[in-house]
Design a protein around this ligand. Structure first.
Ligand code: SF4
Ligand code: F3S
Ligand code: ZN
Length: 103
């Protein structure tokens, strides 16, 4: 599961589509965590797609990740600023790849 303390345990190493990327990153096998308020651990995501289907405000978009061992696309929190903290995505992800900081 994604580490809910990732902002303390990891370093921000990059930006992507306006959100932070938390390392370590070593493409294409290791992609880190994308997003901060809505954070997706790309190294855990296996492209189930439930988060994209269920998010009521369409926070996520697919991004292609060829060569990653878990899946060749990931749910990117492109519109994390729109999140309404409903926690549906956290509940439906089968591998607990998503953390939403509703605090
Ligand atoms: Fe979307 Fe709700 Fe997840 Fe926020 S908590 S990204 S609104 S499903
Ligand atoms: Fe990935 Fe979980 Fe969404 S596996 S596509 S973050 S439901
Ligand atoms: Zn991203």
């Amino acid at each position: 599961a994604i580490d809910p303390q990732f902002h303390e345990n990891r370093d921000q190493v990059d930006e992507h589509e306006g959100h932070s990327v938390w390392g370590p990153v070593d493409e294409p096998e290791e992609l880190g965590i994308h997003g901060t308020h809505v954070a997706v651990d790309f190294d855990i995501c296996l492209a189930d797609g439930a988060c994209l289907e269920d998010c009521p405000v369409d926070v996520f978009e697919w991004v292609d990740t060829p060569g990653h061992p878990e899946s060749e696309k990931k749910a990117d929190p492109t519109h994390e600023a729109q999140c309404i903290d409903c926690m549906l995505c956290v509940d439906v992800c089968p591998v607990d790849a998503i953390d939403v900081d509703a605090g």
